[in-house]
Write a protein that binds this ligand. Structure first.
Ligand code: NDP
Length: 482
């Protein structure tokens, strides 16, 4: 459905349980083949796919823009970033998964000890609609590069994007069943959780993540959960206010505020709050939503989000927040015009819940300790942005969250070598970077006998003297026997 016009664009299948199971079985059948292609073969195939995607980026961007309503320039940026992650994963999987050699310790000095990394098998990926290329590709690229095959269930709002990704893989590489897309509603996602995949990578809301984790627990399917956030921007008194305001407004309003790592609340030092707010208002006043090609950002992709956004604005005002820009009248479905509210009590849903709209709360703090405490009081802990010339690293270190951008916003998402993910209700596990590759592998310890010792510890022929020897050795080595 086109969220700008409400018109139907195309029809896609609702994949049944049997069909999901069959897709997983097909992906399992080719898993050994894909694994046996080894790093070099997989790298070649994935880079071919990357080139194909780059050549056909306009077609993909058109689909993203149609299904989400976002401007094509935003869709282009999103797709480009996703492709850079694919390239990074393809090029670095071998080095990240290289067998590591470990010290066998004094007691086992006759052994060589190694840790190998093995792909888990078939990875199920469930994705959201807000960044329908970038977010699922953060799991798909890294899982494939590690040697797994993938079955992907896209959001029901962006099925054609999911299909395009899987079809393009087949088109570029000629390899069937390595990467399969199954379209459908939430229930199809549930079927994927129940299908016996070897790992499930989920990106979406915290509420659904809990359901996914509960379903996966029944089959001991491990999960990586990338969920929502309530990301803060912390502005210290020595910050570059103009740059901080510009980046904050973009972070909170672009993509209609539907960014998991987008700015939702600001804690600004009271000494510079007025100046910061002035910059924010000047920038936000120039921004408006509209259809692709018309607005700076698009509609709320998911119609039911409108009521949540409206509810948060109402709650902030009812609890005493001062409206600086827009207000309830800014909500004109399917669009929401920019809203900025200051001095909002910390128990308002505009602070405690993910709004996912082009709204921003700006609260003043007496010092950075207060900003840190308020940031950490949230049940979420995804990303954060810190603006300070001198104290950026110190503030960043004190935050309970998975990612921090200092003097920038969301920059960590564009750096392929660093992991992406959160803590608390924002989820667990990591995509991107070496950690993102290792997430889709398991460690296999291999300990090999290089020569046999005269004392056989793992034998019924072990004597009391042997036991005494171990204790004595342990005492001499002060517990460093292992
Ligand atoms: P949802 O949680 O509504 O849906 C996510 C996916 O799960 C969709 O594909 C959905 O299918 C599927 N699903 C729904 N019910 C089930 C179920 N019972 N079992 C398995 N799968 C199911 O999230 P949204 O699509 O609304 O995405 C927005 C959310 O994603 C926001 O909270 C945002 O913060 C978060 N997000 C997090 C990111 C991160 O990396 N941390 C990045 C981007 C977004 P269907 O659409 O068909 O219902």
């Amino acid at each position: 459905m086109n969220p700008v016009t409400g018109e139907s664009i195309a029809s896609h299948a609702i994949t049944s349980k049997e069909e999901v199971d069959a897709a997983v079985a097909s992906a399992r059948e080719v898993f050994r083949f894909w694994q046996a292609m080894d790093f070099k073969g997989r790298k070649k195939a994935l880079l071919k796919w990357n080139s194909y995607l780059l050549e056909n980026i306009d077609e993909l961007v058109e689909i993203v823009s149609l299904e989400t309503g976002k401007p094509t320039s935003d869709a282009t940026l999103e797709a480009s970033l996703a492709f850079s992650h694919l390239g990074w994963a393809a090029r670095h999987a071998e080095e990240v998964m290289r067998t590591s050699y470990r010290s066998p310790g004094a007691l086992m000095a006759n052994m060589s000890a190694t840790v190998e990394r093995s792909p888990v098998g078939v990875v199920g990926v469930i994705g959201p609609w807000n960044y329908p290329v970038f977010t699922p590709m953060g799991s798909i690229s890294y899982a494939l590069a590690a040697g797994n095959t993938v079955v992907f269930k896209p959001s029901e709002y962006t099925p054609a994007v999911g299909k395009f990704l899987a079809d393009s893989f087949l088109e570029a590489t000629g390899l069937s069943d390595v990467f399969i897309c199954v379209t459908g509603l939430g229930e199809t996602g549930k079927f994927l959780c129940e299908s016996g995949v070897n790992k499930l990578a989920f990106t979406g809301s915290t509420a659904t993540a809990k359901r996914v984790a509960a379903t996966c627990a029944l089959t001991m399917t491990p999960v990586v959960l990338e969920c929502g956030g309530k990301d803060p921007v912390i502005v210290d008194r020595d910050a570059n206010l103009k740059k901080a305001a510009d980046a904050t407004i973009w972070s909170s309003m672009s993509n209609a505020g539907q960014t998991c790592i987008g700015a939702e609340r600001v804690y600004v030092h009271e000494d510079v709050a007025d100046a910061f707010i002035e910059h924010c208002l000047r920038i936000a006043a120039e921004i408006k939503p509209g259809a692709p090609g018309v607005g700076n950002y698009g509609p709320a992709t998911m119609p039911k989000q409108i009521a949540i956004i409206e509810g948060h604005i109402k709650d902030a005002i009812a609890k005493g927040g001062k409206v600086l820009l827009g207000g309830i009248s800014s909500v004109r479905a399917p669009f929401v015009y920019p809203v900025i509210i200051a001095d909002v009590p910390e128990d308002s849903t505009a602070i405690t819940e993910e709004t996912f709209g082009p709204t921003l709360v700006i609260n003043r703090v007496a010092n950075m300790q207060e900003a840190i405490a308020l940031t950490n009081a949230s049940r979420y802990g995804l990303g954060a942005s810190v603006w300070s010339k001198r104290n950026g690293k110190k503030i960043a270190r004190a935050l309970d969250c998975g990612m921090v951008a200092i003097n920038s916003v969301i920059s960590f998402a564009a750096v392929a070598s660093v992991p992406f993910g959160g803590v608390k209700d924002s989820g667990y596990g990591r995509i991107h970077g070496p950690e993102g590759i290792l997430e889709f592998t398991y460690a296999r310890s291999v300990v090999r006998t290089r020569f046999h010792l005269p004392i056989a510890f793992t034998s019924f022929s072990r004597t009391a003297g042997n036991d005494k020897l171990i204790v004595r050795l342990n005492k001499i080595l002060k517990g460093r026997l292992g």
